[in-house]
Design a protein around this ligand. Structure first.
Ligand code: ATP
Ligand code: MG
Length: 253
């Protein structure tokens, strides 16, 4: 479909086309499209921009990944479809390993997503052979690798489900989420919650990782000063104020 660049939702429409094509290729599941729609709704309420609080969380997230001993980035179908290449650049900039973890897992789909991500990233990923289990999750969604997720001290989990996020926290990992819903279980479980659209969040995190990589003192200081709960509260206020303002504008008309 040809989409006019003048359309106010141009970016969102192009992304939808991309997601639909990824379903046809078998990288994204059909319910992944619904999860994407939930994200879009929150993005709409945030004005489809990186709000300042999200920008700060992205800086802190980069610092946490840089200071980790064994950082891992987990990638599912939606994250692969939207930002595989950029997540690879972030892994390189922070020394993180990448592990594929699918919500709707089948051997065939796992192979497909691993192949796709390795091609996009130009590097090897973990997850093809899952030799470990993350405690506290029913079903084969618990499967992971001992070298990657199980050994990680810090895990970046873009667009992750709440069950798995909570299980990672229980297992003692520091979790960084990228999730547009400021009230999702994933966001609430995270030590650093990035409430931003993944295609905006990851490039910002790469920029910060490159800068803070050369300034370890600053990385330590931003981590120390960060208050995740206050930051999240400010984002929720932003959404409420925006809606209130919209309601006021309407009643004046
Ligand atoms: P939870 O399980 O954490 O309570 P959920 O069940 O509402 O959340 P899931 O489908 O498990 O949601 O996870 C997908 C999450 O990813 C959603 O919270 C959605 O808002 C978010 N999301 C979807 N697309 C994007 C995107 N492009 N960028 C950032 N976040 C997104
Ligand atoms: Mg969920």
């Amino acid at each position: 479909m040809k989409i006019s660049k003048d359309h106010p939702r141009y970016r969102s429409l192009v992304t939808r086309e991309r997601m639909a094509a990824m379903v046809e290729e078998g990288n994204v599941s059909t319910t992944g499209l619904i999860a994407h729609g939930r994200g879009e709704a929150f993005d709409y309420l945030l004005g489809e921009i990186t709000v300042p609080e999200a920008g700060l969380a992205e800086k802190v997230a980069a610092a946490l990944l840089l200071r980790a001993k064994h950082p891992v980035i987990t990638v599912n179908g939606n994250a692969a479809a939207l930002a595989a290449r950029e997540l690879g650049d972030l892994a390189r900039a922070t020394g993180a390993l990448v592990e594929i973890n699918l919500f709707h897992r089948s051997e065939e789909r796992l192979r497909k997503v691993c192949d796709f991500v390795e091609k996009e990233m130009g590097m090897k990923v973990l997850g093809r052979e899952q030799d470990a289990v993350l405690e506290g999750i029913a079903s084969d969604r618990a499967r992971c690798t001992s070298q990657g997720l199980l050994a990680a001290d810090v895990v970046l989990i873009p667009l992750e489900d709440g069950d798995r996020a909570e299980a990672m926290v229980k297992a003692g990992k520091k979790v960084i989420s990228i999730d547009l819903n400021p009230r999702s279980r994933t966001t609430l479980a995270a030590e650093v919650a990035v409430v931003d659209e993944i295609t905006r969040a990851v490039p910002n995190m790469i920029t910060w990782a490159e800068r803070l990589g050369e300034r370890p003192e600053e990385a330590r200081a931003v981590l120390e000063a960060f208050r995740n709960q206050d930051n999240l509260a400010a984002i929720m206020r932003r959404i409420c104020v925006g809606l209130d303002q919209g309601a006021a504008d309407r009643s004046e008309r």
